[in-house]
Ligand binder design. Structure first.
Ligand code: WT7
Length: 655
């Protein structure tokens, strides 16, 4: 890693929300000296309360922390309604379709659409406060509109990423006991229509009695199956609904949404977020980390199916009264200049994407950014995984003309918003480094017992004080919530939140995230649980055992690699290769069916056995080292059969 430090460009970012390290340290000090006072002031300043809160933080039932008790609000009002006072005709959402079609919704128009949709949900589908609504949506304005319509009614949405399969969608619908599913016929990608509704049809074939209706937004107008009495056309019905709708007041802690994410074991967890704490931090980080100004146009390329899409396409930008760009397509279509042409077209001021996209765009079009006028850019953001020096340098020089600040934002589905990130007008940046915890966030690198990890060594990345936007629970599974997040590390004898990541601090206090310490793989900035992929592979009739690990990948960061033990191995040499290839195809087809294409294995190795301890525990650490071609330094004498390590090594040389 280069030792070079990059200072904020004062001409460009001199009047940033936080524009010096002194100001940053003052805020940190304020939070240190009076934690509740810090959050109370922020909550009073940022949120339009219908009823003020009377308690800042309730720790009685830790780790089920409660924030801003007694307070009442409505998140849709916070994001849209309240902006009618001074931003009626300001663009709220600018949409660009895959084929280049454009649509802009002002705050006034968005307000009407959200109200009509909320009325439709309430009147036609009987959606009430606390009901769950699953959204299986493409990247179109209706995704944001339906999320906000749920918030308007106090209904709890659960957005399922459009790349998940029918089985994965079904699991999430059933776990959340959703009453309504909102989807689209499909949408467009790379110039062609793709379909979503057939996936919903398949998901609903079994076990989804909770679902009373499916509301379909027509986007690509391809023919679809309409189930009588269950499926309804959004566009036909929405016309008749009134543009007036009273917001449902909710308590601060009322769940705003669930979002399913992978863990190291078992099935995906329904991460439950709150209303007040979540929206407070979504809005505040928009202002701190992206230095959002009133005339700015901001673009985050994520999908609404992930937390980044929730917090930094919909809730954060809108709560902050920003203009947020939504893009249906992919960054490489029609060519690798698509993003840069959009930056020029909309005069984007903040551009937020994932390192995997930067690596791809760099590789496919090193000189593309120079063909466009990107002078509107001030802040460039990354999220999802550490950014490597090559990608960083290109992003900084080619995209940011060596004048923009790059904010490497570290956070998770569970944290709701940014935890560790540079502040674009203040922080001297070391590339590849998420730098410092944001004011109010107590991020510490510690050992299991709470002792601080020495400088330059790897420790556990923990957040040692509760914060407003933190996960509140795992839907239907409070025990798993406690164990998964508060079961590993303690400080002063009290369980503290462990992120699952390792991290290291340097002599200047800069934090570098070193990656997951558990069995979670980071594929293109998305979390994949090894257990889930293994469960899918185990469904194959000829698979006896399987272990999945992450393998470094040029573009994706990590790819999925499976070690597979077959029940019967082809005997004749001639059939060998063809049989193996066939089995590999079948296995990937199973993964696609159970989870979705995002979990496909890049590579597999058929091995005679896995390295196991005498008690039968698979030694994944060895498998991870083997696939990286690392020398095995750990003691393998405890293995049931130590010779298997050499055998696997030889097989990998041939893969
Ligand atoms: C995991 C969270 C947060 C939205 C996208 C992914 C990794 C995230 C960074 C970063 C290094 C990062 C961590 C984390 N991660 N941001 N800036 N530097 N690693 O959300 O699916 O909840 O995954 O992504 O490993 O735990 P997610």
């Amino acid at each position: 890693m280069s030792k070079e430090i990059f200072y904020p460009n004062k001409e460009l970012l001199g009047d940033a929300a936080i524009n010096s390290m002194e100001q940053y340290r003052e805020l940190v000090k304020k939070a240190d000296e009076d934690y509740e006072g810090f959050w109370s002031d922020l909550a009073k300043e940022k949120i339009d309360w219908f009823k003020p809160f009377d308690r800042v933080l309730n720790e009685d039932d830790a780790p089920f922390y409660k924030w801003f008790e007694g307070g009442q609000l409505n998140v849709a009002y916070q994001c849209v309604g309240r902006h009618l006072k001074d931003k009626k005709n300001k663009a709220a959402i600018i949409f660009e379709g895959d084929n280049g079609d454009q649509r802009t919704l002002t705050y006034r128009e968005l307000y009407y659409e959200v109200n009509r949709t909320a009325n439709l949900f309430r009147n036609k589908f009987d959606i009430k406060k606390g009901d769950r609504v699953v959204l299986y949506m493409p990247m179109i304005p209706e995704a944001a509109i339906t999320m906000l319509a749920c918030a308007k009614l106090g209904a709890i949405h659960s957005v399922v990423f459009g790349g998940f399969s029918a089985e994965a969608l079904r699991d999430r619908i059933i776990d959340a006991e959703a009453k309504l599913v909102v989807t689209a016929d499909g949408a467009f990608r790379k110039g062609k229509p793709y379909m979503l509704k057939p996936v919903v049809d398949k998901a609903l074939e079994e076990g989804c009695d909770c679902v009373k209706a499916v509301c379909v937004v027509e986007r690509n107008k391809e023919p679809i199956h309409w189930e009588r009495g269950r499926d309804y056309s959004y566009l036909q019905m929405i016309e008749n609904e009134s543009v007036k709708c009273e917001p449902e007041m909710v308590d601060s802690e009322h769940p705003l949404f669930l979002l399913y994410t992978s863990g190291s074991t078992g099935k995906p967890k329904g991460v439950q977020h709150s209303s007040a704490g979540y929206i407070l931090w979504a809005q505040t980080t928009m202002e701190y980390v992206f230095d959002l100004k009133d005339n700015d146009t901001y673009w985050c390329t994520a999908d609404v199916g992930w937390i980044t899409g929730h917090t930094y396409i919909v809730y954060g930008p809108l709560a902050a009264g920003a203009t947020t760009v939504m893009f249906e397509g992919v960054p490489t279509f029609p060519d690798a200049g698509r993003c840069w042409s959009m930056v020029e077209e909309y005069q984007i001021n903040q551009f937020y994407t994932a390192p995997t996209a930067i690596r791809l765009l760099h590789k496919m079009g090193t000189d593309e950014p120079y063909k466009y006028d990107l002078s509107s850019l001030r802040v460039l953001g990354t999220v999802g995984e550490p950014i490597d020096p090559d990608a960083w340098k290109w992003y900084y020089e080619a995209v940011g003309s060596s004048k923009c600040s790059i904010v490497d934002t570290y956070w998770q589905t569970e944290t709701g918003g940014h935890m560790i990130s540079p502040l674009p007008g203040a922080t001297p940046i070391k590339p590849g480094c998420a730098t410092f915890a944001l004011p109010g966030i107590k991020a510490e690198i510690i050992e299991e017992d709470g002792t601080p990890t020495p400088v330059g060594e790897k420790g556990f990345m923990c957040i040692t004080k509760p914060w407003p936007s933190m996960i509140r629970n795992i839907w239907n599974d409070p025990e798993r919530f406690k164990k998964a997040y508060f079961g590993d590390c303690k400080k002063d004898g009290k369980p503290v939140y462990f992120t699952g990541d390792g991290a290291m601090m340097d002599e200047d206090g800069y934090i570098t995230i070193t990656g997951r310490t558990d069995d979670v793989i980071n594929v293109s900035g998305h979390r994949m649980g090894t257990a889930e992929v293994e469960a899918a592979i185990n469904n194959h009739e000829n698979v006896a055992a399987v272990a999945v690990v992450g393998k470094p990948h040029d573009i994706k960061g990590e790819g999925i690699f499976a070690y597979i033990v077959l029940k019967s191995v082809p005997s004749s040499k001639d059939d060998d290769v063809a049989d193996m290839l066939e089995t590999m195809k079948e296995i990937n087809a199973l993964i696609k069916k159970e989870i979705g294409a995002i979990a496909l294995c890049d590579d597999m190795a058929f091995v005679p056995d896995l390295p196991k301890t005498r008690s039968g525990k698979i030694m994944r650490r060895i498998l991870r080292s083997l696939v990286k071609g690392e020398e095995i330094t750990q003691d393998i004498s405890t293995l049931e059969d130590p010779s298997i390590v050499k055998t696997i090594e030889d097989i990998l040389k041939k893969v």
